[in-house]
Write a protein that binds this ligand. Sequence first.
Ligand code: AMP
Ligand code: MG
Length: 414
Amino acid sequence: MISVEEALEKILSYFRELETEEKPILESLGQVLAQDIHSTIDVPPADNSAMDGYAVRAADTKGASATSPKVLDVIGEVAAGSLADQPVGPGKAVRIMTGAPVPPGADTVVPFEDTDETASSEEKRAFPFRVGIMKETPEDCNIRRAGEDVPRGARVLEKGTEIRPSHVGVLASLGYRTAPVMRRPRVAVLATGNELADISEPLKSGQLYNSNTYSISAQVIDCGAVPRALGIARDQVSDLTEKVRKGLDTDLLITSGGVSRGDYDMVKDVLVQQGEITFWTVRMKPGKPLAFGVFKTASGRRVPHLGLPGNPVSAMITFELFARPAIFKMMGKKNWSRPIVKGVLEDSLSNRDGRRVYARVYVERRDGKYIARLTGPQGSGILTSMAQANGLAIISEEVTQVRPGDQVPLMLLD
Ligand code: AMP
Ligand code: MG
């Protein structure tokens, strides 16, 4: 048996970052930048007013106060999205709205509240009119300078950044319609088992619904990759071989089931015929049997294959521990480990066979502490207890018994 860490290290050695593609910025959400992003413009593009008020020359406000206002001629008005039609000369002012470009000649903005204009006065003004400035205002007040957020030429986002909504916004603010990102991996998902029915069919006796294709495909999407469901392969070499071939134009093939020691566990036989296989028992629970190999296509392409166990919970947890990091590596994401915190387990758990246990738990924060309780029976077929879980309690190989109140590491899944 090998440890989880050994298995992960071996698996990751087969994966590289994928090629770069240009993606419309919104579709690039969750992908990783393949190049630095520089700005070709100043943001904001021009000096503009941060307040509603009057654009003036600071020198003209010298000595102004509420008792002796400085009176200026208001020669026009400028709103956001328009340009002032005349410069501001000595003794002049232009009425200005927030976001409007500061007219040439003006070097400061006096807000309405520091003038004798009441902001509520709505009546149409005929220019020129006069305004009293009631406060001495130094240069550069209430002006957002061109390039204050981003100067032209600056490196704004770094290669390797995972694109979040704020990055999409920054890209748009720079006028980028597309972004260079590492391609999303395509992942083929194949369920195996004579007992499986697809959800589009009525269930016959002796059958159960194929849930793995759906849970695994959803995990693939959750990672930012693109799943391709290959359906259900029966436990025969011919059917398995045929279905596997349909998935060989992808970056990763995931199968579920057929990797135990039973007579009908054919996945390893097919792997042996079609490529290389490393077949492991990993020291973990659930999820002991795990196959990893590489399929070779007729054209010589090599497609990594991860053979997950068939039990629905084992399949999801082994995906979480092995497939997710592999997908993240292909996408250029650096941080593929989930947060692990110390917390108190409220239930007891025994661990008799020296494997690492990943127990389904619901984690809460109470009084600044993480508290976890089991979500139900821990059988590896009980998918509902996975659905109620937002974390996994990790019980290490050498711990044989956890008692209520013991501290354990908790992997947070949300
Ligand atoms: P296997 O690893 O093929 O022996 O599968 C172990 C058990 O997992 C089977 O007995 C099924 O009950 C269950 N199982 C296998 N594949 C699936 C699947 N795609 N969806 C739901 N359950 C499955
Ligand atoms: Mg099976």
